[in-house]
Write a protein that binds this ligand. Structure first.
Ligand code: 5GP
Ligand code: ZN
Length: 109
């Protein structure tokens, strides 16, 4: 089995607070929220990091799902921030591609 933390969250081997799931993505609450709403959206396909993804359709799909989840599940009509950290220099700690959705208050820079 994969040693990846987020792959284990997708399979349920590690528990998570799920907010959305479909055939392509899994979304769950960040364990250390940096905003009133802080959700991680991950593709079910394991990709280490954004910079390694050679599939533009997958990146488009991921952003499309982020928008759907922000609007329809999290009700962030006031606005939100999308963050994708890339490799160590970008602050990435978990090496399974993921987008952060942050919202629920006016975010400082
Ligand atoms: P990164 O810094 O790699 O972009 O984001 C990883 C995020 O995953 C962090 O915000 C961290 O709080 C979150 N995280 C790490 N381990 C777990 C976990 O076991 N469960 C959940 N729900 N979030 C986690
Ligand atoms: Zn993974």
């Amino acid at each position: 089995m994969s040693d990846c933390l987020f792959c284990k969250i997708i399979t349920g081997d590690i528990p998570s607070d799920k907010v959305y799931e479909d055939a392509d993505v899994y979304a769950f609450k960040d364990i250390h929220p940096k905003a009133p709403t802080h959700v991680l959206v991950i593709p079910k396909q394991h990709i280490d990091t954004f910079a390694d993804c050679e599939d533009p359709a997958l990146l488009g799909m991921l952003l499309d799902r982020v928008r759907t989840i922000a609007d329809d599940v999290l009700n962030l009509q006031a606005g939100y921030r999308i963050v994708i950290k890339v490799r160590e220099g970008g602050g990435q700690e978990v090496f399974h591609l993921h987008a952060h959705i942050l919202g629920g208050k006016k975010l400082p820079f």
